[in-house]
Design a protein around this ligand. Structure first.
Ligand SMILES: Nc1ncnc2c1ncn2[C@@H]1O[C@H](COP(=O)(O)OP(=O)(O)OP(=O)(O)O)[C@@H](O)[C@H]1O
Ligand SMILES: [Mg+2]
Length: 506
């Protein structure tokens, strides 16, 4: 019996799969079966492989050919088992040497003419292979992706014949080239394009520095979408570990362009008609959703109250845990989902609540219904709540004498503040909780008293109380200070939830 190795991912967890091929005698014509909890895509392998063999002028011997994918209790999905099964058969009929192929993890889809086609999950497979001292055989187009895992034991043939020739010694496959990490492509957007909005820009800077979730609320055309889409231009760079982790998620989702890793923080703008599955992940093959694709980056939800309430409620658990569990038929798949939520909304359906000249006759009752679409627990998880008022058109045109700060200038302060956080506690302030928060955000007796009084007056929840301390910590970090001072705390208290702010409806 031939035994080769492939792999399957359940969420981010790899399960090695033994691809066993058995030829048994006693039949007049060939028979081909795949067993071991295989889904339809895997069962279809048999048909594709039969065609490939005839394209290669090889035919199956008149024997019973059984392919078993083991362990049998793990569901096998996807078409990447084509290549390991084909290799197993080629070993069984003596075309490929099993002793050599068993040193590799093999994945790839095979086209009818024998071409080896792209498949999902090459990067995490390569990482797993490296950790387990194995090589990897993957599609030619994805050799570079496999190289990112940091080893060179990679065979990346474009066609089955190349693989056969490699082991015959007639045509040695080269080690795939590494692509140099292209300098982080920065977008051509810049904060300097946003006129006025000093308060909103300041809040965005705090959000960027500490990784805090933020909700912007204001009338139409105030620049909320404009501000949010410029957040990536002031965020700190990703660390190598973050780059690898985020790229692995994209690889599993089949969204990694083979030529480069994800080196800029993801910015996922999700439309309000999106389904719960596209946001959270799931489906037959338990794919990662937008919140996982936004891991280590930004999840932007524009027009927040337009999302269905059920869809929004999904965010609650991952916002706390930093990961999402997706239920599947027999097991659950877990993906990382540590994203920075940035949301924007109008205060009411017409958008002009609070503006006597423009607001409609249904204010403020319509606003109440509108704002109530977002649950209290979700609002409670958003650290910064910011009013974005409309800019006066004349302010936009005036040749303002005060120079507008560019994204690069703001980013320098953000990076310095983030570095302080990482050096002190290893994580951004937004992730601080419990004792970790107590140790790094200590308040003097006077400040504690001040915050306690404010909390009492505002009817703050325990989570709200900690939220203020986290933001105060980030504001102090932006000043480069070790201790939190009154000004930090007072500013933190100004980013209050909407039901207490200017547009508050009772
Ligand atoms: N502060 C500003 N500086 C420069 N241009 C601005 C500013 N605010 C708005 N604009 C202009 O108005 C346009 C609309 O802004 P934007 O889409 O960000 O508004 P919004 O607050 O998201 O509105 P809505 O609530 O309708 O979604 C921008 O594309 C930009 O051209
Ligand atoms: Mg908008």
């Amino acid at each position: 019996m031939i035994s080769l190795r492939s792999i399957i991912f359940n969420g981010m967890d790899a399960t090695p799969i033994d691809v066993q091929v058995q030829l048994s005698t006693g039949l007049a014509k060939p028979e081909f079966n795949i067993i071991g909890l295989a889904d339809r895509a895997v069962k279809e392998s048999a048909e594709r492989i039969r065609n490939v063999l005839s394209a290669l002028n090889m035919s199956l011997p008149p024997k019973r050919l059984t392919v078993n994918l083991s362990p049998a209790d793990v569901e096998k999905t996807g078409s990447h088992f084509d290549l390991p099964i084909l290799c197993g058969i080629l070993c069984a009929i003596g075309v490929l040497p099993e002793s050599e192929l068993s040193k590799y993890v093999i994945i790839g889809e095979v086209g009818l003419n024998g071409a080896i086609l792209k498949t999902d999950g090459v990067l995490p497979t390569s990482v797993w292979a490296n950790q387990n001292n194995l090589g990897i055989i993957c599609p030619g187009d994805q050799g570079t992706e496999a190289r990112w895992a940091g080893h060179t034991n990679i065979l990346a043939p474009f066609h089955v014949l190349e693989l056969i020739n490699h082991f015959k010694g007639t045509q040695i496959l080269p080690v795939p080239e590494t692509a140099t990490i292209t300098d982080t492509v920065r977008s051509n957007l810049d904060m300097a394009e946003v006129r006025g909005q000093h308060a909103a820009k300041r809040a965005l800077e705090i959000a960027a520095a500490g990784g805090h979730a933020m909700l912007m609320i204001g009338p139409p055309g105030a620049g909320k979408t404009m501000l949010a889409s410029r957040l990536p231009t002031i965020l700190p760079e990703m660390s190598p570990a973050e780059i690898l982790e985020t790229s692995i998620i994209y690889s599993i989702a089949g969204q990694l362009n083979g030529k480069s890793l994800i080196t800029t923080r993801p910015f996922r703008s999700v439309h309000h008609t999106s389904s719960a599955v596209s946001l959270a992940g799931g489906g037959a093959d338990a794919r990662p959703g937008e919140i996982s694709l936004a891991h280590n980056g930004v999840l932007f939800l524009d027009e927040l109250p337009e999302f269905s309430r059920a869809t929004l409620e999904i965010l609650r658990q991952p916002m706390e845990a930093g990961k999402i569990m997706i239920a599947r038929a027999k097991r659950t798949a877990t993906y990382p989902a540590r994203f920075q939520l940035i949301a924007a909304m109008n205060p009411c359906p017409c958008g002009h609540l609070g503006n006597a000249a423009l607001s409609c006759s249904r204010a403020p009752r319509c606003a109440e219904a509108y704002q109530n679409k977002i649950s209290g627990p979700l609002l409670d998880r958003i650290d910064l709540h910011v009013d974005v008022d409309a800019v006066n058109p004349w302010e936009m045109n005036s040749a303002d004498s005060t120079p507008v700060e560019t994204s690069a200038q703001i980013r320098a302060r953000v990076v310095a503040a983030r570095e302080r956080q990482i050096a002190r506690q290893g994580i951004p302030n937004a992730q601080l909780d419990g004792t970790a928060l107590d140790t790094v955000a200590t308040l003097s007796g006077e400040l504690t008293e001040f915050l306690n009084t404010a909390a009492q007056q505002m009817g703050m929840s325990a989570r709200g109380y900690n939220r203020i301390r986290r933001i105060a910590r980030t504001i102090a970090d932006l000043r480069g200070a070790t201790n939190i001072e009154m000004s930090d705390l007072a500013e933190a208290l100004s980013y209050r939830p909407i039901n207490r702010g200017k547009y508050g409806v009772k």
